[in-house]
Design a binder for this molecule. Structure first.
Ligand SMILES: Nc1nc2c(ncn2[C@@H]2O[C@H](COP(=O)(O)OP(=O)(O)OP(=O)(O)O)[C@@H](O)[C@H]2O)c(=O)[nH]1
Length: 306
């Protein structure tokens, strides 16, 4: 089964996410791929969904943010989408106030993670808003920074009315927060679409290793266990990664239990919850600068040595 490529569109309200979404749909369709859309809006009624032409599978998640209030709704919509629609790419437009890490956490649920291939976060910046960032509330400013820091690709949009000098200053400012993601200076989110399709986890790993300053590079890895592992060995392995982890969750088949155990890890706290039935043995790992290949090999080694 081909995994569905997952793209998340992040960026503050009105920055140009829907404009980009429409371009992505056209690009994918022209290249023989079938995109599906999950659109999250804070209000009770979706406004942007009218922008998506009929025939493209679209699910709306209204009245809350997937990263907090309506996580459950997201899970059921994803399940329904995966079960009933044929598609190759899943584009998720988040609300303007979504925190990128929390959004990934909500999307990459262990129940379906093995059907999804995480491609990355594309953050669209409203450069006019960024220009007057200093006047904004501190929390809002922090959110804008988070959306930039965790991006795999950045679109500096709405630059038509900016001077050369202003463009330069904003680009420098954004680059300072994220030295890894490529930045495109655009109007109406017009970027070379091939760059989006080329996004893949780990493409910037080698750059990371040569970067002097520590910068965030969000990685998502999904491991599907095919054998049981020893709990103590797993815990020893986990210790190595605590400084790099945001979140880990999934069902781990341990040698001492009948059914895979639900494992949750956040803010340094591992939690093990026994299950009384078989669940898909997917472990979702979200962290900074994770080397997918190394983790995969290490976990496989645990499986074969337990
Ligand atoms: N002047 C100008 N307007 C733009 C540009 N890009 C988008 N817009 C307009 O800005 C408005 C908001 O764009 P959207 O693509 O809907 O932005 P969004 O991020 O999806 O907005 P929300 O769904 O509210 O979060 C629309 O009217 C767009 O046509 C740009 O580069 N320049």
């Amino acid at each position: 089964m081909n995994k569905k490529h997952v793209y998340v569109l992040s960026g503050f309200l009105g920055s140009g996410k829907t404009t980009l979404l429409k371009r992505m749909i056209t690009f994918f369709q022209e290249n023989g791929r079938r995109p599906a859309i999950l659109m999250n809006e804070l209000g009770e009624v979706s406004i942007d969904s009218n922008e998506v032409e009929e025939g493209t599978p679209l699910r709306e998640l209204l009245n809350g943010c997937i990263c907090c209030t309506i996580q459950g709704q997201l899970e059921s919509q994803l399940q329904e989408l995966l079960g009933t629609e044929c598609f190759d790419d899943l584009i998720i437009e988040t609300t303007g106030v979504a925190h990128p890490v929390e959004a990934i956490d909500a999307i990459m649920t262990p129940l379906f993670a093995d059907q999804l291939e995480w491609k990355g976060i594309i953050t669209v910046i409203d450069s006019l808003l960024w220009k007057r960032k200093g006047d904004l509330d501190i929390q809002l400013r922090q959110l804008l920074h988070e959306q930039v820091k965790h991006a795999d690709l950045i679109i500096l949009n709405k630059t038509d009315s900016l001077s050369e000098m202003e463009r330069g200053i904003i680009t420098y400012d954004v680059q300072d927060l994220n030295q890894i993601a490529q930045i495109f200076i655009t109007n109406y989110s017009e970027i070379p679409m091939k760059r989006i399709a080329q996004l893949q986890m780990g493409e910037k790993k080698s750059i990371m290793k040569t970067t002097v300053n520590e910068h965030l590079h969000l990685s998502v890895y999904v491991h599907t266990f095919t054998k049981s592992v020893d709990k103590r060995q797993f815990e020893n392995w986990l210790k190595k990664y605590v400084d790099h982890l945001y979140r880990m969750k999934g069902y781990i088949p341990f040698t001492h239990t009948t059914y895979p155990v639900l494992f949750q890890y956040s803010y340094g706290m591992p939690i093990y919850i026994p299950e009384d039935m078989n669940m898909p043995t997917n472990l979702v790992i979200i962290g900074d600068n994770l080397d997918k290949e190394i983790i995969e090999n290490e976990l496989k080694e645990l499986e074969y040595s337990s």
